[in-house]
Design a protein around this ligand. Structure first.
Ligand code: BES
Ligand code: MN
Ligand code: ZN
Length: 488
């Protein structure tokens, strides 16, 4: 599907189907008023009969003489329309249309003026929701749906103040799609080598991009003991992918992104239970987030330098696996007692964080499906952010609000650190009960001393029920953060 913006009025839209919003109990609709008298009278009689009141979720299809379908969407009362409701409603409507034979749609939901949503957020929600609804995972289906059942062109109505926000949202949607593709593909396909070759293709498409892929032999020479320990039980050897985008001045310090790329997490010797273990194919969604964010940043041509680090590793039980009790020397030189091989994310991240600092970044953001405890704390609504850098949590929160891809802060107070103490190494790799998300953050903080850094736990947001699969969160939030930084 191609997404474009349009300034064409409803009356001039040549799309096969158009989508218009209507608030509850309003007799009048500015956009309907621009359409033919027939349509206007059809609408007026439906309103009069109270067939259609504009209640949230109500849909009314009107048919013009030229065959155009006008879908009027009930949005409830103006002052009660939330970002979630607008996003979900848009998604539902576009999903419906995507299952029909309609090729071209103009979406006027972005023209809705709701009391609690500014014009920029409105266009972002409508654009992101439309793109989200149109995506269909078919990579591993032998029977692909008829290509006639695809919206080929989606136009989103924009006014002058929405133009930039639309461009941003469109680029975010590209990144979200990449993240969903990587997240949804199965672990026998999307393994470390696949991620490396996928990233290589991205880098080769753009002149401002470069890529380096370290293999396990190179990492062994360097001393990335913690990362390699996790991978040593798998036949799929670890890779370290470093994507570079030079959009800023040569002397500008880069922003560094790090994404957990566990392509499958069995737990290792500390094996996970069987139920829902398949979902651990999503354990590379941190990697998917930063690769998606990278793609969006490049598409926008942001005037920044960006470095994206993806440790891609599979965590398997095997005769060669690392085990509980092992003491591992990390790339930083700090030693780690492994008490649970299922706390593997922090093991690959700590070496990557140490490595990333060699490139003198202005800031490092890491994204990881790191702890089940994060879902207990925040559910599926917000990603958790942890940082000791002043102002950084606020910047990320702000970016989350601007895209309705929200984050919430958890503390990294020193008092939690003692849960990582052990007699046998510099630290242990689990903090035990309670505060599992925070102690995982504390573990990472031991490798980022003196560095501006934030950790984002996306265990609750990166995917949901088996049907939708990967959500592409929090790519939009990340890209918004990068946009905001580029404008500072
Ligand atoms: N990838 C998991 C975290 C996870 C589990 C995310 C379920 C989403 C859903 C991570 O590697 C893990 O296994 N974490 C352990 C840590 C524990 C051993 C300290 C967890 O959360 O149970
Ligand atoms: Mn694990
Ligand atoms: Zn994991």
């Amino acid at each position: 599907m191609k997404i474009k913006s349009t300034q064409v009025a409803v009356s001039n839209s040549e799309a096969e189907q158009i989508i218009i919003g209507h608030f509850q109990n309003k007799k009048d609709n500015d956009q309907i008023n621009q359409l033919s008298v027939e349509i206007q009278s059809q609408f007026a009689s439906r309103i009069k009969n109270e067939d259609f009141t504009g209640k949230a979720g109500q849909l009314l299809n009107l048919y013009a003489d030229n065959g155009q379908i006008i879908t009027v969407v009930g949005l409830g009362e103006n002052d009660k329309l939330t970002a979630t409701a607008l996003y979900e409603t848009t998604r539902k409507v576009v999903k419906n249309i995507a299952s029909t034979r309609v090729n071209s749609v103009t979406n006027y939901l972005s023209a809705v003026e709701a009391k609690n949503l500014d014009a920029e957020l409105t266009i972002k929600l409508v654009t992101l929701a439309s793109a989200h609804a149109e995506y269909r995972y078919e990579d591993t289906k032998s029977f692909k749906k008829d290509s006639k059942h695809k919206i080929k062109n989606m136009e989103v109505a924009v006014n002058d103040i929405q133009t930039d926000a639309f461009k941003q949202a469109k680029a975010m949607a590209s990144g979200v799609k990449v993240a969903r593709h990587l997240g949804n593909n199965p672990p026998n396909i999307c393994n470390p080598a696949y991620i490396a070759s996928y990233a290589t293709k991205i880098a080769e498409k753009h002149k401002d991009c470069e890529i380096t892929v370290l293999n396990h032999k190179q990492m062994k020479k360097m001393g990335m003991g913690a990362l390699l320990a996790v991978g040593q039980g798998s036949a799929n050897k670890p890779k370290m992918v470093v994507l570079k985008y030079n959009g800023g001045n040569k002397e500008d310090a880069p922003i560094a992104l790090v994404g957990k790329g566990i392509t499958f997490d069995t737990g290792g010797i500390s094996l996970k239970p069987g139920a829902n273990m398949d979902e651990m194919k999503y354990d590379m969604c941190g990697a998917a987030t930063v690769i998606g964010g990278f793609v969006s940043a490049v598409e926008l041509g942001l005037p920044i330098n960006l470095l994206t680090f993806v440790p891609a590793v599979e965590n398997m039980p095997d005769g060669k696996s690392y085990r509980p009790g092992d003491v591992i020397t990390s790339y930083s030189g700090k030693t780690i007692e492994v008490l649970n091989t299922d706390a593997e994310g922090r093991m690959i991240l700590c070496d990557t964080l140490t490595y990333a600092q060699e490139f003198k970044p202005s800031v490092i953001l890491d994204f990881a499906t790191l702890t089940g405890a994060c879902i207990v704390a925040l559910g599926h609504q917000a990603s958790a952010v942890m940082t000791k850098t002043e102002g950084l949590a606020e910047d990320l929160k702000q970016a989350g609000l601007q895209t309705h891809d929200r984050v919430w802060e958890l503390p990294l107070w020193d008092e939690y650190q003692k849960q990582l103490d052990t007699s046998f190494a510099d630290m242990q790799n689990i903090g035990g009960f309670p505060a599992g998300t925070i102690t995982a953050g504390c573990f990472l903080s031991r490798f980022t001393d003196g560095q501006k850094w934030a950790h984002v736990d996306i265990a609750g947001t990166a995917w949901n029920n088996k049907k939708e699969g990967a959500t592409g969160r929090p790519v939009a939030m990340l890209v918004q953060y990068l946009i905001n930084e580029s404008q500072k």
